[in-house]
Design a protein around this ligand. Structure first.
Ligand SMILES: [Ca+2]
Ligand SMILES: [Ca+2]
Length: 224
């Protein structure tokens, strides 16, 4: 009987992509373990767009998106720096800072980040607003076994978590593309209109693994 249950659980885990439309991940507790590992079918990126929505009331640094490759723990990272009140992007360990953002607690925020290895430019969009384009790093791809995590910030490939950088709150609509979305498409994402879902990570067909206490819940909508 136990074996049968295990077999059923394994089958459930291997069930493949899940449609997360209208859902969110809840990270209800401050830990250095709770995380969602997102499975990407691709390991080599010359251009990237990542979008996500999140809500939190944390009054400290926290991670929003952590992608590591063997050569760079901060392969592609989106981070909130509380002491300087800045969103940071880290591309292959090169940090950029964006200030003057109205990162209110208890409010859903939509963030999209694009990076192009040819120009080295990063473009961040915060709640629909395009920010200053800045140079990060150019000339080589983000390549190698990628580990993408929500909830924990990697200081090594798949590990090195710090409880004081963990995410507590809710996250939804995580998408990743291996190309640069046009400002118009990003506008559509921000306003939750029709947009092309991610071809690397697609919230509507998401492959993931939950480790420790992370819940899948319905995103709160307006009443009918
Ligand atoms: Ca790190
Ligand atoms: Ca860290």
């Amino acid at each position: 009987m136990k074996f049968l249950l295990l077999a059923v659980m394994l089958t459930a885990c291997a069930a493949g992509p899940r449609d997360m439309s209208g859902k969110m991940f809840s990270f209800p507790q401050e830990t250095n373990t709770a995380r969602v590992k997102l499975i990407a079918p691709k390991q080599d990126f010359s251009t990237i767009t990542v979008c996500h929505r999140s809500i939190t009331d944390l009054k400290r640094d926290h991670i929003l998106f952590s992608m590591a490759i063997p050569s760079n723990a901060n392969g592609f990272l989106i981070f909130w720096d509380e002491s300087n009140k800045e969103v940071e992007t880290h591309i292959k360990d090169k940090k950029l800072e964006y200030h003057g953002l109205d990162y209110k607690p208890n409010t859903w925020h939509s963030i999209c980040t694009t990076w192009d290895s040819t120009t080295g430019l990063v473009q961040l969009y915060f709640d629909g607003q395009p920010l200053i384009r800045k140079f990060s790093t150019s000339g080589s791809n983000i390549r190698g076994s990628t580990i993408i995590l929500l909830g924990q910030e990697q200081d090594s490939h798949g590990g090195g978590f710090d409880i004081k950088q963990s995410f507590v709150g809710m996250m939804s609509d995580v998408h990743m593309w291996d190309y640069i979305l046009s400002p118009c498409e990003i506008h559509n994402y921000m306003d939750d209109l029709n947009y092309t879902p991610g071809n690397v990570l697609n919230w509507r067909a998401l492959e993931f693994q939950i480790i420790d206490r992370v819940l899948i819940e319905n995103k709160m909508m307006t009443c009918p």
